[in-house]
Ligand binder design. Structure first.
Ligand SMILES: [Ca+2]
Length: 131
């Protein structure tokens, strides 16, 4: 943009733009100093593994979480036997649960919520027949 230096109206406009940019930079710097993420991705949905032991009649659940930003993740787990909730635990740092009792012929559903430090949540579910 070409600005004539004697044009007072345009000088005001330039001053305004400079102030605006400065404010943005200060906000960016403040966020960086506080360690706040400017943008933060939702965690990837957890990869759930369900392992049945048909001799002991048990189920072991393990999962793998991942986050694009490398945030530390915590997990909520729910397990249903049919439509009956049999496990409900929150804020886990471990990535496995069990063994728990399992009955042949019943369907077990596992739901894992992966939660990052920025408050983002992803939900992953998996169902398997105990056999
Ligand atoms: Ca994240």
């Amino acid at each position: 943009m070409l600005v004539h230096p004697k044009n007072q109206e345009n000088q005001d406009a330039i001053l305004h733009i400079s102030s605006y940019d400065l404010a943005l930079n200060i906000e960016y710097l403040r966020s960086s100093l506080l360690g706040e993420a400017i943008d933060n991705y939702v965690p990837y949905t957890a990869e759930i593994t369900m392992t049945f032991d048909t001799d002991a009649n048990t189920l072991v659940v393990s999962w793998e979480g991942n986050d694009e930003d490398g945030d530390i993740l915590t997990y909520d787990i729910r397990i249903e036997e049919g439509t009956l909730e049999i496990v409900n635990e929150v804020d886990l740092i471990e990535t496995n649960h069990g063994p728990i009792d399992a009955v042949p012929g019943r369907v077990y559903t596992v739901e894992i919520q992966s939660k990052d430090t920025a408050g983002n949540i992803s939900v992953s579910t998996r169902s398997r027949l105990m056999e």
